[in-house]
Design a protein around this ligand. Structure first.
Ligand code: TSB
Ligand code: ZN
Length: 595
């Protein structure tokens, strides 16, 4: 079959797969003792896993690329053949990973592909000749467990990018460069937002003072929005007896994601993977009549999930997380209005945070998966119907995702896209008819009889960790002034200006701003540059003239020179900026703005 007549996907699949084989050949040439595992095509290129006598470094990649290019220039054919299993086992005797793969094949014959002197166990398909492989670039080396199993050997995975044209490849390389520039792990270090330590463990980052400031500001923002919307805040413990989670069903359906229990004298305790059971106990602490529903119980609730070590990283997927959580206890008739209320909160928060690239996902159960999901067809059908109708009434478009529901009910997830276009859930609203029954929750209805409430589980800004990871990348570290850990850096020109500089800083702090002072023995320009690198919104340079006039010479992190202005004027300006940013809907109406 001619490449030109294939679909683009088919062509790219063959090209990427072929490049993986050519890379394996090149690596084998460099390291004759290399053991090679598997090398599939992926969305943006290909990879291959190897066991090598030494750790590869980025400097090795150009050499491997060069060897690959030579093979492509020699333009030899890819040839398919088949061998009886026993013979293949003999041929690959020195390659333990291949032997394991061959042993796992059910057929009596195995399929092979050869190009030049290199033969690989492979089902194909490939391009016809090595010369048909288009522009590519080797990107990185990463650790990968054989068969994704952390108990098996750790191999070295070489990633390559491959597209049909140089233009597409360049475009992609540009995108990953931009993503690397915005990478929250890199910026988290450079901007002193958080730290991670082997001693604490994977997925357990620690927020440094600057990161903690951002988190606190996000919390204050959402707590205030929630208070306005009629939520009540509680504090509940981060662990409880296993029995609590047996009652809720977490033990049966969610145990894989929980840390193993701790054995105490007479009881077993677990770290909570969710806050719901505790909020249910809050509801149960009093009797409720229909008149007081909905009851909205909220908490920045810390929870612990045993995420696999291979998937945790940075702040976006962690093992200890604080969710801006709430459980709304309401009558069935109130579901839609509460749903709409949560959506309003989400939309306001996103507007404030300047999140614009998001979409809605209706997450449904996989009916075949009886282990993960509670069994109650009627309940699932009802929950799904309610969510569909609620979304339709709000006129919101959504995509469906079977197998993504919570174990207790379907949900609407709000999906954001990171710098590389990968989707992640931030906000979520979930309908739950299951937990109210498990805990035998009731309210007294208008008829004087007992009725069962429904629970809406919801997170608006999601977990602090994931939201911060996302925002760091969205802003490329340059937080808007209201969220910036340091809003203004005061820079005295000479030692004799230190006293006035302190006065300016203190004045700003009294006005409620986060200001610092750079008293290092450095040149002014170096201080300005460093403050810019720290992405501090404003630099206030003070010298004789400023001290004299109670003024500050203002520069922005973008390099703009706003010239000297009286200090009170700068304070007004910053107040204005913060108020407008925190409430864009009110902007222009002068809410909270002074002067
Ligand atoms: C909304 N019981 C509900 C709650 O009431 C609940 O826990 N839902 S959840 O399981 O979907 O989690 C809520 C949100 O936490 C997710 O939408 C996601 O944004 C965030 N989250 C989940 N796992 C992690 C993790 N490992 N690291 C960071 N954030 C996470
Ligand atoms: Zn919940």
């Amino acid at each position: 079959m001619m490449l030109e007549t294939m679909s683009r996907e088919e062509r790219l699949y063959r090209m990427r797969h072929s490049a993986a084989h050519i890379m394996a050949e090149a690596v084998l040439e460099m390291f004759p003792e290399a053991k090679f595992a598997i090398g599939p095509p992926i969305d943006t290129g290909f990879y291959y896993d190897f066991e090598l006598p030494r750790a590869l470094t980025p400097e090795d990649l150009p050499q491997i690329e060069e060897r690959m290019r030579r093979r492509m220039q020699s333009d030899v054919p890819f040839e398919h053949s088949e061998l009886p299993k026993a013979e293949a086992l003999r041929q690959f005797a020195g390659q333990p990973f291949k032997v394991e793969l061959i042993e796992g094949i059910a057929d009596e014959v195995v399929s092979l592909y050869r190009q030049g002197g290199f033969v690989d166990l492979c089902e194909g398909p490939h391009v016809d000749r090595t010369g048909q492989v288009p522009p590519f670039k080797l990107l990185s080396v990463a650790g990968a467990y054989w068969r994704g199993d952390e108990k098996r050997p750790m191999l070295q995975r070489i990633y390559g990018a491959l597209f049909e044209t140089q233009e597409e490849l360049d475009d992609y390389l540009h995108r990953i460069e931009e993503a690397a520039r915005r990478d929250h792990r890199k910026l988290g270090r450079e901007l002193e937002l958080y730290t991670s330590s082997e001693l604490v463990g994977a997925g357990l980052p620690t927020l440094l003072p600057k990161g903690a400031t951002v988190r606190r500001l996000l919390e204050e923002y959402i707590l205030r929005q929630e208070r306005e919307a009629g939520y009540q805040h509680v504090y509940s413990p981060v662990l409880g007896k296993v029995d609590l989670y047996k009652t809720s069903g977490h033990w049966e359906h969610y145990r894989d994601s929980m840390f193993p229990p701790m054995q105490l004298e007479h009881e077993e305790m677990v770290l909570r993977p969710m806050n719901c059971p505790h909020h249910i106990l809050v509801y149960q602490a009093a009797l409720h009549s229909y008149r007081e529903l909905p009851v909205r119980i909220a908490e920045i609730g810390t929870m612990y999930r045993y995420e696999k070590s291979g998937v945790v990283g940075g702040l976006s997927r962690v093992r200890a997380m604080a969710l801006n959580d709430a459980h709304i206890f309401c009558t069935p008739e109130q579901i839609k209005q509460e749903f709409a209320g949560v959506m309003r909160l989400v939309e306001r928060a996103y507007a404030t945070l300047r999140i614009t690239d998001y979409s809605y996902r209706l997450s449904l159960r996989d009916p075949a998966d009886t282990e993960k999901y509670v069994q109650n067809d009627e309940m699932w059908a009802l929950g799904e119907r309610v969510l569909r109708e609620a979304m339709q009434e709000l006129g919101l478009p959504f995509q469906e995702a079977p197998g993504e529901a919570a174990f207790y009910g379907p949900k609407v997830d709000i999906q954001i896209r990171d710098t590389m276009g990968r989707e992640e859930t931030i906000s979520t609203i979930q309908v739950d008819f299951h937990l109210p029954a498990r805990f035998d929750l009731t309210y007294i209805g208008e008829d004087g009889a007992q009725h069962r409430p429904v629970i809406l589980h919801r997170g608006v800004i999601g977990t602090m960790e994931r939201m911060m990871a996302y925002l760091i990348e969205l802003y490329a570290g340059a937080f808007p002034a209201w969220l910036a850990p340091v809003q203004a850096m005061v820079i005295p020109i000479a030692d004799r200006h230190a006293e006035y500089a302190h006065k300016v800083r203190d004045e700003l702090r009294r006005a409620g701003f986060r200001a610092d002072i750079d008293t290092r023995n450095e040149r002014m320009n170096a201080k300005i540059r460093d403050a810019q690198l720290q992405k501090i919104p404003y630099m206030l340079v003070v010298g004789d003239r400023e001290a004299e006039a109670e003024a500050v010479a203002v520069r922005t992190r973008a390099g703009e020179d706003l010239k000297a202005m009286p200090l009170f004027q700068f304070i007004d300006r910053l107040q204005d900026e913060v108020a407008t940013a925190m409430d864009p809907e009110e902007a222009g109406q002068g809410a909270g703005v002074r002067g």
